[in-house]
Design a protein around this ligand. Structure first.
Ligand code: NI
Length: 188
């Protein structure tokens, strides 16, 4: 018994050292596995198209006043801070507003943060199915007119490793440096 207790103390003491991420480690999750959507150039895309790169996936909408542009701007900084390794990062933005965020609208918005960023669009049904697979919540909030609605949505970012497995969920507002550190760890 005493030996088992000492062993458990030892494990508790050094177990976390090997792979400690700033984001929430969701390795092995049975969700956030794949999508079938169309990118802002009109090409059909699935997650496996990006195999070999670290992929970050964020759900939002282009008329979002705050969280979405902040996240995209942060990810542009992350890519810059990765330096040469930035080539191994693919940032994906999935719209939860397929009615207003047409591929043309997405093409004007998302690559403006970084030319390599890819925006993804689906039918309302595809969007709902993708959000469900990624456990992402989104809901329209009525505005003054029928087209001036806002959308409440989950604000975190998923990180997929180079083998296409979901690894991390990064909460909104984490900051650039912790994400850079996590991505470097996944790339090493
Ligand atoms: Ni937003």
């Amino acid at each position: 018994m005493l030996r088992a207790w000492i062993l458990s103390l030892l494990l508790a003491g050094c177990g976390g050292g090997a792979q400690k991420f700033n984001g929430v480690d969701i390795t092995g999750a049975n969700y956030a596995r794949d999508f079938v959507l169309t990118d802002h150039t009109g090409t059909k895309r699935t997650l496996s198209d990006f195999r070999g790169k670290i992929v970050t996936i964020f759900f939002g909408f282009t008329q979002c006043p705050d969280v979405c542009p902040t996240t995209l701007a942060d990810m542009a900084q992350v890519k810059k801070q990765l330096g040469k390794q930035g080539d191994q990062l693919q940032v994906l933005f999935i719209t939860v507003d397929p009615e207003r965020d047409t591929p043309a609208v997405l093409a004007r918005y998302v690559p403006g943060f970084d030319p390599s960023f890819v925006a993804l669009h689906g039918s309302p049904e595809q969007t709902a199915a993708t959000a469900k697979e990624f456990k992402v919540f989104y809901q329209k909030v009525a505005g003054k007119t029928a087209t001036s609605y806002s959308i409440d949505h989950t604000a975190g970012t998923y990180v997929i490793d180079r083998e296409g497995r979901v690894r991390l969920f990064v909460r909104h507002g984490e900051g650039v440096e912790p994400i850079v550190a996590d991505l470097k760890r996944l790339l090493s």
